[in-house]
Design a binder for this molecule. Sequence first.
Ligand SMILES: [Zn+2]
Length: 62
Amino acid sequence: MEYLVVRCPRCSMPSAVRLGSLSHTCPYCGTRFKVNEVNIVARARNGREASELVRRMLAQGR
Ligand SMILES: [Zn+2]
Protein backbone atom coordinates (compact mmCIF):
# COMPACT_ATOMS: atom_id res chain seq x y z
CA MET A 1 0.00 0.00 0.00
CA GLU A 2 1.53 3.26 -1.12
CA TYR A 3 1.46 6.41 0.94
CA LEU A 4 1.75 10.10 0.22
CA VAL A 5 3.23 12.72 2.44
CA VAL A 6 1.17 15.90 2.31
CA ARG A 7 1.41 19.25 3.97
CA CYS A 8 -1.52 20.63 5.92
CA PRO A 9 -2.85 23.82 4.25
CA ARG A 10 -3.37 25.38 7.68
CA CYS A 11 -0.35 24.54 9.82
CA SER A 12 1.90 23.20 7.00
CA MET A 13 2.97 20.19 9.03
CA PRO A 14 3.72 17.03 7.02
CA SER A 15 1.70 13.87 7.56
CA ALA A 16 1.22 10.54 5.81
CA VAL A 17 -1.91 9.64 3.85
CA ARG A 18 -2.75 6.33 2.25
CA LEU A 19 -2.68 6.56 -1.53
CA GLY A 20 -6.24 6.73 -2.80
CA SER A 21 -7.59 8.54 0.26
CA LEU A 22 -9.78 11.46 -0.76
CA SER A 23 -9.61 13.44 2.43
CA HIS A 24 -7.29 13.61 5.38
CA THR A 25 -7.41 15.12 8.83
CA CYS A 26 -4.25 16.83 10.00
CA PRO A 27 -2.98 15.07 13.14
CA TYR A 28 -1.53 18.33 14.45
CA CYS A 29 -4.31 20.90 14.10
CA GLY A 30 -7.32 18.75 13.19
CA THR A 31 -8.02 20.48 9.87
CA ARG A 32 -9.77 18.24 7.36
CA PHE A 33 -8.73 18.75 3.75
CA LYS A 34 -8.95 17.10 0.36
CA VAL A 35 -5.78 15.25 -0.58
CA ASN A 36 -5.96 16.40 -4.21
CA GLU A 37 -6.05 20.06 -3.16
CA VAL A 38 -2.81 20.15 -1.22
CA ASN A 39 0.87 19.75 -2.00
CA ILE A 40 2.16 16.22 -2.12
CA VAL A 41 5.68 16.47 -0.84
CA ALA A 42 6.72 12.83 -1.08
CA ARG A 43 5.61 9.33 -1.99
CA ALA A 44 6.37 6.21 -0.01
CA ARG A 45 5.98 2.52 -0.72
CA ASN A 46 4.55 1.69 2.69
CA GLY A 47 3.43 3.13 5.98
CA ARG A 48 6.77 2.66 7.66
CA GLU A 49 8.61 4.53 4.91
CA ALA A 50 5.98 7.28 5.02
CA SER A 51 6.30 7.81 8.76
CA GLU A 52 10.09 7.79 8.41
CA LEU A 53 9.84 10.56 5.78
CA VAL A 54 7.53 12.59 8.01
CA ARG A 55 9.84 12.09 10.99
CA ARG A 56 12.82 13.24 8.97
CA MET A 57 10.99 16.36 7.76
CA LEU A 58 9.96 17.22 11.29
CA ALA A 59 13.52 16.70 12.52
CA GLN A 60 14.75 19.12 9.84
CA GLY A 61 12.11 21.61 10.85
CA ARG A 62 10.40 21.87 7.48
ZN1 LIG B 1 -2.56 21.10 10.33
